[in-house]
Ligand binder design. Structure first.
Ligand SMILES: NC(=O)c1ccc[n+]([C@@H]2O[C@H](COP(=O)([O-])OP(=O)(O)OC[C@H]3O[C@@H](n4cnc5c(N)ncnc54)[C@H](O)[C@@H]3O)[C@@H](O)[C@H]2O)c1
Ligand SMILES: O=C(O)C(=O)C[C@@H](O)[C@H](O)[C@H](O)COP(=O)(O)O
Length: 547
């Protein structure tokens, strides 16, 4: 992976571009400016972007431009004045030679004045400058390996001061080697392969950080248009992705859909189809679904149905979507009669699980995703259960010591199953552990419960059913309660709702005619099907769950 030789940060007007060009010339390397990148990608000035779209929109574009430039550029890189406001950007600068070019307020007002090309200083420059610097100075200092004052110096003198501060001699020929290359190691990426079955293409699930650079490669060169479908909560991310892809030459649209289950409706699917139709989306074009499982289920379904199937890429941003929803090609929407009743098997062309996305999840949504992780533990990989039980509190946050391992292990479980049975003709049914009752609870709650919470209650029920049916030992059945409770997932639901839940379970996708079918365990990691259980056993199992 490449890294810039020197990164220049500092306030607007300090001379990063002028000094950067001089440094590039002296060091025999190239110069790049992320503000220029944004302007080129958008075809508008920065002032216009601020005025038309607002500062948050500009910051999102800037963040993508910085990320891309850091990954691609080996010379001198100047960042926009506010780039360091973003915590992810600051993290990306760790280990690089970063020089903060500073200047005092008098010099700043002299240099910037009422320059309309600098939108943040358009009114009362002296006061605004002070406020800006109060907010930013410590951030420049945080990322800098050297601070070089520019007051009273010519650009040539500043460039020399930078070389002196970094102890970099200007070479007599050729470029100076990149900075501390052994320290700027690429972040590890795990690649989990999903085999193609039933005439579908194989694909990979990538787990790591800074993965969005992989997107264009997955979209490929045959696509002319890309539609980024994202939920309201990820408006900034969706727009940043769209702008990044636009900067790479694709015609792009961002399609914002409601958060969570409200997106999984025929009306929202129709809204997406309309957006595709109006943009002239053809069979070679590509949909990117970025968001939680509800969004990836919808985006995949829209991809499956538009022109009878176009390629799509999943960018899951919740634990649940990474470990389950985005992998395996089950796409769909809900109807008034039940969960996921309309859908298609339509695998993605690739899945990018960028673990950094998890940092903005609410605890509730993070923990909800653990239900599917725990499911993978009970049906196939008990090491998952051991890891969670070793510190359940730590497992509740993305900062926990086993986050990446838990996610990767769960994806491997899913990948192995769907690689051999895409269309759920047998083995795949085991992934529905806890879902028969779980889906009925979701419907009963009009989808106000998170899927993971409902599946948690459903797994408790399945464990009790397995125990009462004489299949599951007490220790493993009890382990369901302790682990689910330890991470803060629910075990119980309203007892009086049983008749309604039973009715809904009759239209579960595993039912055959009037025969109810459940996934239960014959023992730890030994899932099996329980067909047509005695109604009295069902009720007794629910007796343990109902309250
Ligand atoms: N297709 C499958 O195989 C499969 C498997 C499991 C679950 N699912 C489906 O997945 C859905 C549940 O997915 P989920 O638990 O991810 O919920 P979700 O998609 O409803 O997301 C939960 C909330 O988090 C928001 N969000 C998403 N990413 C965020 C982020 N990084 N930061 C902040 N907020 C963020 C969403 O907008 C939403 O409001 C259900 O519809 C379920 O049926 C499908
Ligand atoms: O991938 C599967 O197969 C699953 O069953 C995974 C489940 O966790 C997921 O909730 C899935 O959407 C359920 O599918 P459904 O066919 O029961 O609607």
């Amino acid at each position: 992976m490449s890294a810039p030789l020197i990164v220049l940060v500092g306030p607007m007007g300090v001379g990063k571009s002028t000094v950067g060009r001089i440094l590039a010339e002296r060091l025999g390397t190239g110069f790049r400016d992320t503000d220029d990148d944004v302007v080129a990608a958008e075809g508008r000035s920065i002032s216009d972007i601020f005025v038309d779209d607002g500062e948050p929109a500009f910051r999102a574009l800037e963040k993508q431009a910085v990320r891309r430039a850091l990954a691609e550029h080996e010379g001198i890189l100047a960042l926009g004045g506010g780039a360091v406001l973003d915590a992810d950007t600051r993290a990306l600068l760790a280990g690089l030679r970063v020089v903060y070019l500073s200047m005092d307020v008098e010099e700043a007002v002299k240099r910037t004045g009422l320059n309309a090309a600098r939108p943040l200083l358009a009114v009362n420059p002296r006061k605004q400058w002070r406020e800006l610097m109060e907010a930013r100075r410590h951030l420049y200092e945080e990322v800098a390996t050297a601070v070089v004052p520019t007051d009273g110096r010519t650009p040539d003198e500043v460039a020399q001061a930078v070389l002196d501060a970094l102890q970099l001699p200007a070479p007599t020929g050729g470029a100076t080697p990149g900075p501390r290359q052994e320290e700027a190691m690429p972040a590890p990426v795990t690649r989990i392969h999903v085999g193609g079955t039933a005439g579908t293409e194989p694909y990979d699930v990538l787990v790591g950080r800074q993965l969005l650079g992989e997107l264009a490669g997955l979209i490929g060169t045959k696509a002319k248009r890309v539609a980024v479908i994202h939920p309201e909560a990820l408006a900034e991310t969706g727009e940043a992705l769209r702008a990044d892809l636009a900067g790479q030459g694709y015609e792009t649209i961002a399609v914002q859909v409601p958060n969570a289950e409200e997106a999984k409706t025929a009306e929202v699917a129709a809204y997406c189809w309309k957006a595709l139709g109006q943009s002239g989306f053809t069979r070679t074009d590509v949909i990117v679904g970025v968001g939680g499982g509800a969004t990836t289920d919808l985006a995949g379904f829209v991809a499956a149905t538009w022109l009878r199937g176009v390629r799509w890429i999943a960018v899951p941003t919740t634990v649940l979507a990474m470990v389950d929803a985005a992998v395996g090609g089950k796409t769909g929407i809900n109807t008034a009669e039940g969960k996921n009743l309309v859908g298609a098997f339509h695998p993605p062309a690739g899945v990018l699980c960028d673990l950094a996305a998890l940092d903005s999840l609410s605890v509730n949504d993070y923990v909800s995703g653990l239900a599917e992780v725990i499911k993978a533990g009970f049906i196939a990989d008990p090491v998952i259960l051991d890891l969670i039980e070793s510190d359940p509190q730590a497992a509740r946050t993305p900062a926990g010591p086993h986050t990446a391992e838990l996610i990767e292990r769960s994806i491997r479980v899913k990948a192995e199953v769907v690689s051999s049975d895409l269309k759920e003709s047998g083995l795949r049914e085991i992934l529905n552990y806890g879902h028969t009752l779980g889906h009925a609870i979701e419907k009963n709650e009009r989808y106000k419960w998170r899927h993971g919470a409902a599946v948690s209650v459903g797994m408790h029920f399945a464990a009790e059913l397995g125990r009462l049916a004489g299949r599951l030992d007490d220790a493993t059945a009890d382990r369901h309660r302790t682990i689910l409770e330890a991470v803060g997932l629910p075990l119980h639901y309203r007892y009086d709702q049983w008749p309604k839940l039973l009715e809904t379970m009759k239209v579960d996708k595993k039912s055959r005619g009037d025969l109810l079918r459940f996934i239960v365990l014959d023992g730890l990691a030994k899932p099996t099907v329980l067909e047509g259980p005695d109604p009295a056993v069902l009720l007794a199992a629910y007796g343990e769950v109902g309250e």
